[in-house]
Design a binder for this molecule. Structure first.
Ligand SMILES: [Zn+2]
Length: 310
């Protein structure tokens, strides 16, 4: 079936040219902080590990600069406190800094007070270091619920991008009620928070997460590009995520984690950068204008207001 999809004609690059938006997002965290390797790297030992997130992030910054593209970086508070220069560089190079929490604990595993503390500490650190307001949030492992969205709105966040509607992944949160649908994959909750969902492409009974991460490295590249183009042309925008450590193929390999977890983390790391170098021009050929998540959300809201005469 994969070959069938890959052979389908490309969406037209001429007749369908119009303004489309690309929202590239990067979760900035250390290679030893990911959930897949949790059993190998308990939190107590994090400060003894060599940090590599800054170098991986600079690969991303150079990639974006070479294509003249702006993006959003969801930075972990733990990383920001140890590499403040990196946060300032992200802003200085024209990008948005947003919040990925502090300690990379899944919100669904935190008490409400712990979640509030994690949120407050990380956002404060990011705002103090960057000198800019932080209005966006992404939960570690997309672990989110309506309860957390309420708290984000209460704390003055303007948008969240933690809803990944891929039902096969056991860690991802489930949201039954996302509020008003403003456009495909973009919702406004009853509290006014904007939810920017990650795209999943459906083909018959099959679902393909085309938002990035491990799927970007595991799915055949031509198939991934084809599905992304389809989502972009249909929805008028495309949201993607990758991690800083996915641009670091030389990171230490560790044993001890389960085989599936090791596969998800390490497979095709060497392909992340070259695949992005092909994907960005493809999206540009389809008329994509790359914007930060906050600018995209601002644009959606402005069009809503204009449409309703407010
Ligand atoms: Zn993360």
């Amino acid at each position: 079936m994969l070959e069938t999809i890959a052979r389908q004609p490309s969406p037209s690059m001429v007749t369908e040219r119009c303004v489309r938006h690309g929202v590239l997002t990067f979760d900035i965290e250390e290679w030893f902080q990911v959930e897949n390797l949790r059993a190998v790297f308990p939190r107590a030992g994090w400060d003894e590990r060599p940090r590599r997130a800054a170098d991986g992030t600079r690969v991303v910054l150079d990639l974006l600069e070479s294509h003249g593209v702006r993006a959003t970086f969801f930075v972990l508070g733990w990383v920001a406190e140890r590499d403040p220069e990196l946060v300032r560089e992200i802003v200085a190079r024209g990008h948005e800094v947003a919040c990925h929490g502090h300690g990379h604990v899944l919100p669904m595993q935190l008490t409400e007070q712990e979640f509030r503390d994690d949120l407050t500490r990380s956002r404060q650190a990011l705002e103090d270091i960057s000198g800019t307001p932080v209005i966006g949030y992404r939960a570690p492992s997309f672990s989110i619920s309506e309860r957390h969205l309420k708290i984000l709105a209460e704390y003055g966040f303007r948008y969240d991008s933690s809803f990944h509607p891929f039902a096969l992944h056991r860690r991802y949160g489930r949201l039954a009620h996302l509020g008003a649908r403003l456009r495909p994959g973009v919702y406004r909750t009853d509290d006014g928070l904007i939810e920017l969902a990650l795209p999943v492409e459906r083909f018959g009974a099959a679902a393909f997460p085309v938002s990035g991460g491990g799927y970007f490295r595991v799915l055949p590249a031509p198939l991934f590009r084809r599905l992304v183009a389809r989502a972009l042309v249909r929805d008028g925008h495309y949201v993607m995520y990758l991690h800083s450590w996915e641009f670091d193929p030389a990171q230490p390999r560790v044993r001890g984690a389960k085989l599936a977890a090791r596969f998800r983390h390490y497979h095709n790391l060497v392909r992340t950068l070259p695949r992005m170098q092909r994907l960005i021009p493809l999206l540009k050929d389809l008329g994509t204008r790359f914007v930060t998540a906050s600018d995209f959300v601002g644009g959606v809201l402005a069009r809503q207001r204009a449409a309703h005469g407010r």
